[in-house]
Design a protein around this ligand. Structure first.
Ligand SMILES: [Zn+2]
Length: 252
């Protein structure tokens, strides 16, 4: 446990709507509190990994974006490609990232595909910039070990920020197509020096990957998606229900 520092907030990239040269930024977060059974969309046959099953139960989860009562998700029939800028990564960071990816993949049934390393710098405006350059979906998720100088949202006690960008498919339906995970390399290197540092950093990265695939914060310290770090290192029951829903979107 290392106190109740503010952790972060999810980076929310709006569905791109070309409006007077700008992008409308909006987010809808809906808290679904414990106990309620959730109707999951039946998975299509061509998904890359089995749809997760999470029994309804106690716990809290919330989605960054919803449409018509269902969460905006990645396509479970396509891999989530990602590249890593690890120039500033602390020793052991790559292994902890891999473990966090495996945890989120297991809880969602979404498949992450390593597209290699990159020297692309962290850029808070990356998705809107890429939309202007070559359209959505062309860029892999960027995971970058970086600094508050490059990503001002990492100033203070914030150790990571993450989010995804959605595009419209098939009319009004939205789907995540890319995103960013920015990790404060110096802060996390410091946490790694603590006796339970590896567990803490793995949990922080898992929390950020939760944002990437669409989980928002909840006001429940029993969940990893609680906004403050209170020493929790494993997914909570609500986290798992939310991740199962986010891995159960429709294909195509
Ligand atoms: Zn967060």
């Amino acid at each position: 446990m290392y106190g109740a520092d503010p952790w972060d907030r999810p980076t929310v990239y709006a569905p791109p709507r070309r409006q007077r040269g700008g992008y409308l930024l909006a987010a809808v977060a809906v808290l679904v509190a414990g106990g309620g059974a959730m109707a999951l969309v039946a998975p299509d046959g061509d998904r890359l990994a089995a749809a997760p099953v999470a029994a309804p139960g106690p716990g809290s989860f919330a989605f960054v974006q919803e449409q018509l009562g269902t969460p905006v998700t990645y396509d479970p029939c396509e891999p989530i490609r990602y590249v890593v800028n690890d120039a500033l990564a602390p020793a052991g960071g790559a292994g902890l990232l891999a473990e966090a990816l495996a945890t989120v993949s297991g809880a969602t049934g979404l498949v992450f595909e390593d597209s290699g390393s990159t020297d692309e710098p962290a850029d808070p405006d990356r998705p809107p910039r890429d939309v202007l350059r070559h359209g959505l979906g062309a860029s892999p998720v960027l995971v970058a070990w970086t600094t508050p100088e490059q990503v001002p949202d990492l100033e203070g006690g914030v150790v990571g920020v993450a989010g995804s960008v959605a595009e419209g498919v098939g009319g009004s339906a939205m789907r995540y197509v890319s995103g960013t995970v920015y990790l404060d390399a110096a802060d996390l290197a410091g946490i790694l020096q603590r006796p339970d540092g590896a567990d803490q950093v793995r949990a922080i990265i898992t929390h950020e990957l939760g944002h990437l695939v669409g989980l928002d914060h909840v006001d429940d310290p029993g969940e990893l998606m609680y906004a403050q770090n209170v020493g929790r290192t494993e997914l909570g029951p609500g986290d798992r229900q939310g991740l199962a829903a986010l891995g159960s979107g429709s294909c195509g």
